[in-house]
Design a protein around this ligand. Structure first.
Ligand SMILES: Cc1cc2nc3c(=O)[nH]c(=O)nc-3n(C[C@H](O)[C@H](O)[C@H](O)COP(=O)(O)OP(=O)(O)OC[C@H]3O[C@@H](n4cnc5c(N)ncnc54)[C@H](O)[C@@H]3O)c2cc1C
Length: 384
């Protein structure tokens, strides 16, 4: 009979692949099951509902960058665009501006092309003899579930997942803009939705940065209308929503749509029927994308798990109960805190009515004036 793996990872997303590479570095035997049978060809497919190319671009923080660099998977300068400034606009004059220079950081975040990062991770795994690609889960001392929000294994292990769907969908798309973005990310909050415009084009911009990625979280009916209007009408709607600050906009990708939810598990690790397991990434938590933190959270999960496993006493197993409890304690608190903050912001801006509008915009202005708190929040988001 084949020797069991030290760890079997289920889930071929960015979280699962990063964990596989971190554990292989520790000379552990890793079995890896991606949904498509463990082959690397999933790098260009949407990781959730459909199989369209994933045209999203993720804001990754400094901690995620350092983690991906440590496994030599950080994209090159063309595919990771530093965000030097972030402007957040309310719907009645409220504004908050974050500046990397004020925080003494090289950037507030980097906007990374998702298919490029996925391909880079898939390629790195091919050169790792410690990782065996499997068509189905194999016996292992510890199974780590990284299957995303609709995880089947999570249910198999009998773990509850509390899901609160948002009455919003996110539209993602890429565009060219006439007015250069100047490495500034912009976000507009209103009761109608939350629009984020992220700078793309790489670190060195010969053209001053004329490409952007958007995430527009908006109610279902409006999302359907925006998806089905002509590209020209969509761009015009976007110009209005961005207060014309990018000049003329032109779609350079199709529009894709994503359901949104706040969800969390109460149990991050355990043993079911004699099998030890742990959850990581969206399989353990999902948050609204308004903060651009979901994957940062998942990468912090796998960094913590890999570090606890690497630093364990030599006589402890990789499924040691104490180790898994420590993992649960440290990650549960971080995920719950971020989930509550993003949910609170989403709810605050979903309220219609002038008193809510006045309250939230006054809050933004107060926050903008309170330098120490603003710096602290920026550093938390940066993972610094
Ligand atoms: C519109 C939008 C914008 C976002 N922007 C940002 C951002 O800017 N920054 C950020 O940090 N986060 C962002 N996020 C969040 C981010 O997308 C997720 O947190 C991240 O993709 C989760 O990665 P994951 O690997 O945990 O799960 P997933 O990406 O869902 O990957 C799970 C993988 O497991 C596979 N799988 C499923 N079931 C099985 C099975 N039974 N066996 C084996 N494999 C299986 C799936 O096919 C998939 O490949 C955004 C999300 C949305 C919706």
């Amino acid at each position: 009979m084949a020797r069991p793996f030290d760890i079997c990872i289920r889930g071929g997303g960015i979280t699962g692949r990063t964990l596989a590479l971190l554990l292989a570095r520790e000379r552990l035997r890793v079995g890896f099951v991606a949904q498509d049978g463990g082959k690397a060809a999933d790098a260009k497919t949407n990781t959730t509902e459909d199989v369209k190319p994933d045209i999203r671009a993720f804001a990754l923080n400094l901690k995620s960058k350092e983690l991906l660099e440590s496994i030599r998977c950080w994209p090159n300068d063309d595919d990771a665009t530093p965000v030097l400034k972030m402007q957040v606009h309310g719907d009645d004059g409220g504004e908050v501006v974050f500046d990397a220079a004020d925080c003494g950081a090289p950037a507030l975040a980097w906007i990374v092309d998702v298919p490029v990062l996925e391909a880079q991770l898939a390629q790195a795994m091919q050169f790792q003899p410690q990782i065996e690609l499997l068509d189905a889960p194999g016996p292992a001392t510890l199974t780590v579930v990284c299957e995303g929000k609709t995880s089947r294994s999570r249910a198999e292990f009998g773990v509850d997942f509390e899901v609160n769907p948002y009455a919003q969908r996110a539209i993602a798309a890429r565009l060219n803009c006439d007015t250069p973005h100047g490495h500034t990310a912009r976000q507009w909050f209103s009761h109608e939705g939350i629009l984020g415009v992220l700078p793309m084009g790489g670190a060195t911009l010969a053209t001053q940065g004329n490409s952007v990625a958007i995430v527009w979280s908006i109610d279902e009916a409006r999302a359907q209308a925006l998806l089905h209007m002509s590209p020209d009408d969509f761009c015009r709607a976007l110009q209005v929503a961005t207060h014309e600050c990018f000049g003329a906009l032109t779609l350079t990708s199709e529009r894709t749509v994503w359901p949104l939810q706040l969800a969390r598990t109460d149990r991050w690790a355990g043993s079911t029927g004699g099998a030890s397991w742990a959850l990581a990434g969206d399989a353990a938590h999902t948050v609204h994308p308004l903060s651009g933190q979901g994957l940062n959270l998942g990468l912090a999960d796998v960094a913590e798990l890999a570090s606890l496993i690497a630093g364990r006493d030599y006589w402890r197993s990789v499924a040691d109960e104490k180790l898994l409890r420590r993992y649960e304690r440290s990650r549960k608190a971080a995920a719950a805190a971020l989930g509550s903050v993003t949910d609170g912001l989403q709810r605050l801006f979903a309220q219609n009515g002038s008193s809510w509008q006045a309250l939230r915009n006054a809050g933004m202005s107060g926050f903008e004036r309170f330098g120490p708190l603003k710096k602290w929040v920026a550093r938390q988001a940066m993972g610094a």
